[in-house]
Design a protein around this ligand. Structure first.
Ligand SMILES: Cc1ncc(COP(=O)(O)O)c(C=O)c1O
Length: 400
């Protein structure tokens, strides 16, 4: 009898965590490494949010909370959806989890049966297919193209849907490509979904507040209210409020699904950290002034890194609408010989040679299901980005 579960053979470790780990190890050995692998803002959590947590501790808010979250946070979530997305939910239709990750996991856990399919556009956030597989479902990938700015075409979505499709995962702005769908682009997809009433929509709106220029964020139910009864709208405080370590994510959706997720969470972690929940109340209800300030900083960094990458020989980098990632192609380097003498055959070779030669840590695109590309997180200082850009240019020029 095997000791470890068969389910483990269906999952891969997170490539993004592995890259951060490798960069840390090289740094510990004294190498000068610029890590562009991390998926978190480099800003500190705003002071008003920290203070709300300190106040919560001092008030003794240190006990177990209701599984689906403290009423104050669920009310703040209701208000957030109304204020920012024009969506109407009751508090009972919301749930708070230990990060957006737990929300997603519990949604799959609550709904997956063997044979169920989940449509996932590529490139995708690394955890989607792994979570689906762990919960016994089957990921069905639909490729996007760089020419279409990594956005899914309606006809490709239509083709991927079968009678077994249970969920369609939508993520805009996207990790890893930064692509974000305008209202009209999204409408083309929701029109397809309206023709397939058995398909549920899981929209991961984690990067909602990180869009640039005059781009206007849109979420599926806002674009197509007809999807209300079969959409789980997920969001969280991690990215917009620089609160990745606090571990608070949330969602709103149909009551039967929320109740099922609540039941699973009740036998698992129960309520999220009480102190972090109070901090999240302040994040959602308090001042939002730092969001435009942070956006401006991110936008400047995006423009800098896109311009530097497009000056590197063999690299092509579109300028995405949101998140803090770019997803350049390294197709022009495939088949070339790196300074070490190794021939670059894949995007994985490209990123490992780049790390070896120049100490720049990025994540290979094949980890996100679409290559030959790589992901750069520009959630780091302009000085670091500029230096990384120079090193990438030097590396590409040295590949013959
Ligand atoms: C697209 C996407 N969804 C969800 C998450 C998970 O967020 P959280 O830190 O709240 O678990 C991340 C984090 O990297 C993400 O990039």
């Amino acid at each position: 009898m095997a000791f470890l579960a068969d389910a483990l053979s269906r999952v891969k470790p997170s490539a993004t965590i592995a890259v951060s780990q490798k960069a840390r190890e090289l740094k510990a050995k004294g190498r000068d490494v610029i890590g562009l692998g991390a998926g978190e803002p480099d800003f500190d959590t705003p002071d008003n949010i920290k203070q709300a947590a300190i106040d919560a501790i001092n008030r003794g808010e240190t006990k177990y909370t209701p599984v689906a979250g403290i009423p104050e946070l669920r009310e703040a979530i209701v208000k957030k959806f109304k204020r920012e997305n024009a969506l109407d939910y009751t508090a009972a239709q919301t749930i708070v989890g230990t990060g957006g990750k737990q929300i997603l996991f519990n949604a799959f856990m609550a709904t997956m049966n063997p044979g169920d399919e989940v449509v996932i556009p590529t490139p995708y956030w690394v955890s989607y297919p792994e979570m689906v597989s762990l919960c016994g479902g089957t990921p069905v990938f639909v490729a996007t193209t760089q020419e279409n700015k990594f956005k899914l075409k309606a006809e490709d979505l239509e083709k991927a849907i079968t009678p077994k499709t249970k969920w369609f995962i939508f993520n805009s702005p996207s990790n890893p490509s930064g692509a974000a769908y305008s209202h009209d682009e999204l409408k083309a997809l929701t029109d397809v979904l309206m023709r397939h009433p058995h398909v549920w929509v899981l929209t991961d709106d984690m990067y909602e507040h990180l869009t640039y220029g005059d781009f206007k964020f849109a979420t599926p139910v806002e674009v197509e209210p007809g999807l209300y009864d079969r959409t789980l709208t997920m969001n969280g405080v991690s990215k917009a409020y620089a609160m990745t370590g606090w571990r608070i994510g949330y969602a709103a959706g149909p009551l039967n699904l929320i109740k099922a997720m609540d039941m699973i969470q009740g036998q698992q972690t129960s309520g999220a950290c009480s102190i972090a929940q109070w901090a999240a109340v302040e994040a959602l209800n308090g001042t939002q002034d730092f969001i435009p300030e942070n956006k401006k900083i991110f936008e400047g960094r995006r423009d800098l890194i896109v311009s530097m990458l497009n000056q590197a020989k063999g690299i092509e980098c579109p300028s995405p609408e949101g998140a803090f990632y770019v997803y350049p192609s390294c197709k022009g380097l495939i088949g070339k010989t790196a300074p070490s003498g190794k021939v670059i055959e894949t995007d994985e070779d490209f990123v490992s040679e780049l790390l070896e030669a120049e100490g720049v840590a990025v994540v290979h695109g094949s980890a996100f299901g679409l290559g030959p590309n790589f992901r750069i997180s520009y959630a780091t200082s302009e000085a670091q980005l500029e230096e990384a850009g120079k090193r990438i240019q030097r590396f590409c020029a040295a590949c013959k």
